[in-house]
Structure formats: C-alpha cells, structure tokens
Design a binder for this molecule. Structure first.
Ligand code: ZN
Length: 262
C-alpha cells in the first residue's frame, strides 16, 4: 500500500515501502497525468484505485523510463495514452521479457514469492505516444512538459515538469535515500542531465525513489556524479584501477557497475 504526499497544488507523490518507490499524479482541469505505474499489475491496480480517490478525471500515463518498477503496472490504466521516450518503447520491447524473468526470480529467491508471481504475470503495455526531445501536454488549464536531457540513468530518461507548480518529477535521474543506480547508466553525461533539471528552476524535485527534495539536493548529487564521471574516465584511461577508484567514489558499492557502464 502506498500513501499520497501533496507536493504542490494538484501535484501528488505516492510513496511505497517496496523499493522506496515514488510515483506521481498531476491533476489538471480536464484530465490527469500518472507518472510511472509501479512494478506489477497489483501495484498498478492499487495506484489506479488511489488515483480514483483523488480525481474522477480521465487519465494519461507517462513512463520516466523502462525499468520494471516504473513501467510494469501500466495495464491497470489501459486503454489510455501512454507517453515515454522513443527509446523507452524500444527498450521495453528488447528487455521487457528479460526484466520480467529476472525480477520474478529475484523476488522468489528472496522468499517474496507472491510479489514474484505478480511480476511474472505482468502483461506489458507499451507506450504509444513517443517523445524524442520533449512534448507538451495540456491537462486543461495546466500545461505539463516532458523533457529528455540526454543519456544518464538510462538512455531514455524523461522528466515531467509542471511549471505552474514549480515541480519536476525526475525519475531515477535523482535518487533520495539510496545511491543512484548505474546498471544501464551513462555516468559521463549524467551530470549534464541534472543541469537540465536545475535549469528548469523548479524548487520541488520529486525523485523516482525516496522523498521530495529541493534544488540543493540535486546540486549535491550532481557534484557526486561529476566525481563518479571523473573516476570512470581515469579508469577507462588506465590511470586508475577500479580497486583504487572504489574508495574514492561517493558511492563505493555502486562504483564497479558505474565504471563498467558506458
Ligand atoms: Zn531506474
């Protein structure tokens, strides 16, 4: 079960204990936009019911990126417009099946068979409204901008900017309460994507995991990611071994993965 936090007027975050996940809801005058859908059909259905407690307006969905915990709950909202970056669609086609098997197995091995069964039973819904650099949605008296700032946490991260609320959903470009995740990441260009978020000048930043943060938190995480990028460059150039770089990384446990990323 999740719980809503109202981050700004009509801009809500739903927080989950599972993976410390945060998904979002933007309510306009004529429709609403759901930001990410959770990791399985059960989570998606719980979220859809929770949205209906907030608003009866028709919904659209935007996926910040293809990782299962953000994109596997979409079926509960279908049929509806599902926005995502063009490469998010491609990645779900390419890796959806693998992600389903990997995470179903992982949950079952951790003794969480019920969650594993739910992940295994997911019927993937692919995005049908594809974005390259950006798109603008009109929710009725409220405009929302979808923006892509280049490869970072994945090669297709979308952020969801609500200018009239001074809020931006950052997906996993910003992680609160846990280190950024580098499994599909591009450490070298990640800081530039955070520059894109900072340039929006939105005081409220809503990470894909953890609690709402402000611009200072993003600046601090950017500085850490600059350090990771420098260490990755030195490792790639052969002037530093991974073993030497690990203790110098702000995220020692994630560094080997980061160094092996693009
Ligand atoms: Zn992710």
């Amino acid at each position: 079960m999740g719980r809503w936090i109202e981050a700004a007027d009509g801009v809500l975050v739903r927080r989950y204990q599972e993976l410390d996940l945060s998904v979002g809801l933007v309510v306009g005058g004529e429709s609403c936009l759901v930001v990410d859908t959770g990791g399985d059909a059960g989570q998606g259905a719980e979220l859809a019911a929770a949205v209906r407690e907030v608003t009866p307006l028709p919904w659209q969905v935007v996926l910040t990126h293809s990782h299962f915990d953000h994109s596997f709950g979409t079926e509960a909202f279908a049929p509806c417009a599902v926005w995502a970056h063009r490469r998010c669609h491609a990645d779900l086609v390419a890796t959806g099946e693998q992600q389903r098997e990997k995470w179903a197995r992982s949950y079952r091995e951790r003794g969480e068979g019920e969650v594993g069964d739910r992940v295994a039973a997911v019927r993937l819904v692919l995005p049908d409204h594809l974005v390259d650099d950006g798109a603008e949605l009109d929710l009725g008296g409220r405009r929302v901008h979808l923006r892509h700032f280049g490869p970072a946490h994945s090669d297709h991260d979308l952020v969801v900017h609500v200018p009239d609320a001074g809020a931006v959903f950052a997906g996993d470009l910003v992680e609160h309460g846990a280190p950024p995740q580098f499994g599909d990441a591009f450490p070298q260009s990640w800081p530039a994507a955070l520059d894109g978020i900072l340039a929006l000048d939105a005081p409220i930043v809503l990470p894909g995991h953890g609690d709402p943060v402000g611009r200072d938190f993003v600046r601090d995480q950017r500085a850490e990611l600059v350090l990771v990028a420098e260490l990755c460059r030195e490792v790639a150039a052969g002037s530093l071994s991974v073993e030497q770089a690990v203790p110098r990384s702000p995220y020692p446990e994630e560094f080997t993965v980061a160094a092996l990323a693009r």
